[in-house]
Design a protein around this ligand. Structure first.
Ligand code: ADP
Length: 466
């Protein structure tokens, strides 16, 4: 039972903070009250002793000047002004009591028990108990040169009563402080943990419904905890975007796989109805082509995913991008020639960057492949490379068909193909791979194009330090 409560307490952060707050608040108040009480008790004691001391000096002075008569006169004079009854006793050198003045109520004190100063001129303080809990008699004694012992004292009763009353007041104050501490701790914790409560409500709602469109309500000017809500919202936005992207990509893959698989099925069905070895051979070749297409699509999709999630193994090395550009041009020169396209290259060599040479070759090959595919016969393609600040910028510009404004925002999406591009071979994955690979290198890509005015693709990478 006890351990269960302790366990609950451990998990109830709010209660723990409230109790800590209350404990610190009450502890400090207790310390303050304690110090105040001790200081007051000490100063009251000091005050009482000062009165006793002054009276003793006055009485000794009077006695020295005019003997017992003068002492009586002095006592008459001072008793009237005194704050309360005083104990006065004078004992001669021969132990004869010269004078004793003590209220009736103090008869329980036995003055003969008082410790006395042995030598003349000496003064000492002594206290007489009146029982276990009762007040004390605080006495100052002095022995005169002629051996007379003078004692003046006062009961601590008045002081004790005053302190008892003060203690009662302090107890009342303390009870109020405990209440304020507990209530203050609860209110403070409740309001401070407000953002955490709304945060857990939102998270619980997402877990219950499985929908990521719930958002944490945020304040206009968020504090540190409120900022957590803003961050969680930003994270949810990102998760939402990734999930939407993944759902879209999955739909596209399912859709785009259906076409080659249907074709594959049709080829196989047609072949089954024929005995002609030539037709059968052709069907097998078609099936192989379709299988290759599916396989290429899947492996490119895997590459894009790896590059986007940062799991693509890149063997980065300081590379002159001018050489990579030349390699890609070697690959497409013949095809461009065959289509009657002019390929021009402007390279401000050397252009060093830390890249995976093969992946970068693939990036340029994809851009060049598109430029050649979508540029009509007789047009030109320009490839340029130049340093710009701390970057290396590579551009592939063609004077081809261009891209319409409705297509331009989507060309980097997986499996997206412009309507007018359907006649050309392709999977709609080339630019997605370009973007994923360049971004995996810490770079960026962009495209500017207008229908009929050609297209310009730009790849920007960090120049490698020398
Ligand atoms: P695809 O396999 O269709 O070429 P990409 O991802 O490489 O796939 O390109 C996506 C789409 O962007 C293409 O279908 C095409 O509509 C458009 N596109 C890409 N490059 C060019 C270009 N140089 N000129 C005109 N359109 C282009």
């Amino acid at each position: 039972m006890f351990s269960r409560w302790r366990e609950r307490l451990r998990h109830t952060l709010g209660l723990r903070i409230a109790l800590w707050y209350a404990a610190v608040f009450i502890g400090s108040a207790l310390a303050l009250i304690g110090i105040t009480y001790l200081l007051l008790a000490a100063s009251l004691r000091q005050y009482d002793r000062e009165i006793i001391q002054t009276t003793l000096i006055q009485y000794v002075g009077a006695y020295s000047r005019g003997g017992v008569d003068a002492l009586y006169a002095e006592m008459q004079r001072t008793q009237a002004a005194a704050q309360g009854p005083l104990f006065v006793r004078a004992v001669g050198a021969g132990q004869n009591v010269i004078l004793i003045s003590m209220p009736e109520a103090w008869s329980r004190f036995d003055p003969s028990q008082l410790a006395t100063p042995p030598l003349s001129g000496q003064q000492r303080w002594a206290t007489l108990q009146s029982g276990e809990e009762g007040p004390e008699l605080e006495v100052a004694s002095v022995r005169l040169r002629d051996g007379t012992l003078f004692q003046v004292g006062q009961s601590t009763e008045r002081r004790r009563e005053l302190l008892a009353r003060f203690r009662r007041v302090l107890l009342l104050n303390f009870a109020t402080i405990v209440l304020i501490g507990l209530a203050g701790g609860a209110v403070l914790t409740w309001s401070a943990l407000g953002p955490v409560r709304t945060l857990s409500q939102t998270v619980r709602q997402i877990m219950r419904t499985g929908r990521t469109d719930a958002r944490v309500p945020t304040q206009v000017d968020p504090d540190a905890l409120g900022e957590l809500g803003v961050l969680v919202n930003a994270m949810l936005d990102r998760i939402d975007a990734v999930l939407t992207g993944m759902r879209g990509a999955l739909d596209n893959v399912a859709h785009d796989l259906r076409t080659p698989l249907t074709r594959l099925r049709a080829v196989a069905e047609e072949a089954l109805g024929s005995n002609d070895p030539h037709v059968l051979r052709e069907a097998l070749a078609d099936a192989l082509e379709e299988a290759d297409r599916v396989s290429a699509m899947l492996s490119t999709l895997m590459d894009i995913s790896e590059a986007e999630t940062g799991t693509m193994a890149l063997s980065l090395e300081r590379t002159d991008l001018a050489e990579v550009v030349k390699d890609a041009i070697d690959l497409y020169e013949d095809m461009a020639d065959a289509r009657g396209l002019t390929l021009s290259v402007t390279l401000a060599a050397p252009l060093f960057a830390d890249v995976d040479r093969n992946r970068m070759r693939q990036v340029l090959a994809n851009l060049l492949d598109n430029a050649v595919k979508y540029t009509p016969v007789g047009n030109r393609i320009e490839i340029a490379g130049r340093p710009e600040g701390a970057d290396v910028v590579l551009t592939v510009t063609d004077s081809g068909a261009g891209i319409g404004p409705e297509d331009l925002p989507h060309i980097w999406d997986r499996l997206y193909r412009g309507d007018r591009s359907r006649s050309e071979r392709g999977l709609g994955l080339g630019l997605s791979l370009v973007k994923a690979v360049v971004e995996a290198h810490g770079g960026s890509v962009s495209a500017t194009s207008a229908p009929g005015a050609g297209s310009r693709f730009e790849v920007r990478l960090h120049m490698s330090a020398l």
